[in-house]
Design a protein around this ligand. Structure first.
Ligand code: ADP
Ligand code: TRP
Length: 335
């Protein structure tokens, strides 16, 4: 099974990115042939500062490694180090209906928030589809908000196959009966349901653009300040606390070591403990969960040469995966 996913390097990573995406990536590296990349081409749709773009691409790679990605098991690379992805992006784009892109949730959300409608932002899902298809990926672990993009990917791959592969039967994509195998392999997505949406400190979905995020590798004091300011209601200390809609409860559930959550859950439902106490516990959980990764990050940053070697090796391996796919596609479309 070939597993592929990417994460945009347009900001520092937060708890939502970890529990919604990266944790799953890291677990999956043991289940198959995993490829993970830093989506620095996608990041250009929102970043307009070269030094920052470089820095964030590096920080994102360092974060992956600090959080447990093993470069001997998984292939870690920068999206821009595999130029074939831009070629596939163009070829695929020639069969993509504009109406699909017009109804892409992530695009519509960004436009609704006042982001300017550049071509790059509009075409973002096509580049994402090329990312997935270029490596013959079987499984794409993603956050819930990215599911539509993977569904589009399947539709467009099918359309390209139907258009260019003689005898291609969409109900037999590997050509087991017809003998006509698609030029592009259809991927499926995998969402980590338990943490489908991680709430931010204001109770909305955690997102860098809502200013409600807790960064994984941010300043310790700031992290503590943010956790202590998680929005809660006015339930008195003695009373049982409501679970529905409580960001604090959800974050405790995510971050508590499994052996400790039962006790917290019980006292939450019984009452007798104030929200401030739970927030202090959450600070401890944060430190226990991310302290070791924060230490590893310091060590990785101290050896820049090693980081570059890991990324160069990852890019080389990724290009080896990409080579047969891009040549199949070029042949299929007549290039
Ligand atoms: P942001 O919302 O901060 O801009 P991104 O859209 O760059 O984050 O998300 C990168 C990855 O992290 C995606 O796979 C996304 O689904 C996941 N993710 C981001 N925020 C959350 C969240 N609050 N809950 C669950 N997953 C999230
Ligand atoms: N769009 C994804 C996100 O915002 C990042 C991404 C780019 C991606 N290309 C991908 C994820 C390919 C999975 C597969 O999170």
């Amino acid at each position: 099974m070939r597993i592929l996913s990417g994460i945009q390097s347009n900001s520092l990573l937060h708890l939502g990115n970890y529990y919604g995406a990266i944790r799953q990536f890291i677990e999956l590296q043991h289940e198959g042939e995993a490829l993970y990349f830093i989506a620095n081409l996608h990041a250009l749709t929102s970043l307009r500062d070269a030094a920052k773009a470089r820095e964030l691409a590096k920080e994102t790679a360092v974060a992956f490694l600090s959080l447990g990605l093993d470069p001997k098991k998984a292939t870690l690379f920068r999206q821009s180090d595999v130029p074939e992805v831009c070629e596939l992006y163009w070829i695929l784009g020639t069969v993509v209906p504009v109406s699909n892109l017009e109804r892409a949730h992530s695009y519509k959300d960004k436009i609704a928030r006042g982001v300017s409608a550049d071509f790059g932002l509009f075409a973002y899902p096509v580049l994402m589809a090329a990312d997935i298809l270029l490596y013959d990926s079987d499984v794409v672990p993603v956050g819930k908000d990215q599911v539509q993009h993977v569904e589009f990917t399947r539709d467009w791959a099918t359309k390209l196959n139907v258009t260019y592969v003689k005898g291609y039967d969409p109900s037999d994509p590997m050509g087991e009966k017809s003998g006509a195998r698609g030029a592009l392999k259809l991927p499926s997505y995998r969402v980590q349901e338990a943490a489908a949406v991680v709430p931010g400190i204001d109770g909305q979905k955690m997102s860098k653009s809502y200013g409600n995020a807790v960064e994984l590798f941010g300043d310790e004091k700031e992290i503590k300040r943010r956790i202590m300011s998680i929005k809660t209601d006015s339930t008195p200390v003695e009373a049982p606390k409501p679970i529905e809609g409580s960001a604090l409860y959800q974050l405790l559930k995510l971050m508590a070591p499994p052996s400790q959550f039962g006790e917290i859950d019980q006292s939450w439902r019984a009452g007798g403990k104030g929200y401030g106490d739970y927030k202090k516990v959450l600070v401890d959980f944060f430190q226990a969960a991310f302290g070791p990764a924060r230490e590893r990050r310091k060590q990785i940053l101290a050896d820049e040469g090693e980081l570059e070697r890991i990324l160069a090796d990852g890019a080389q391996r990724a290009r080896e995966y990409a080579a047969p796919v891009i040549s199949r596609v070029r042949r299929a479309v007549g290039l």
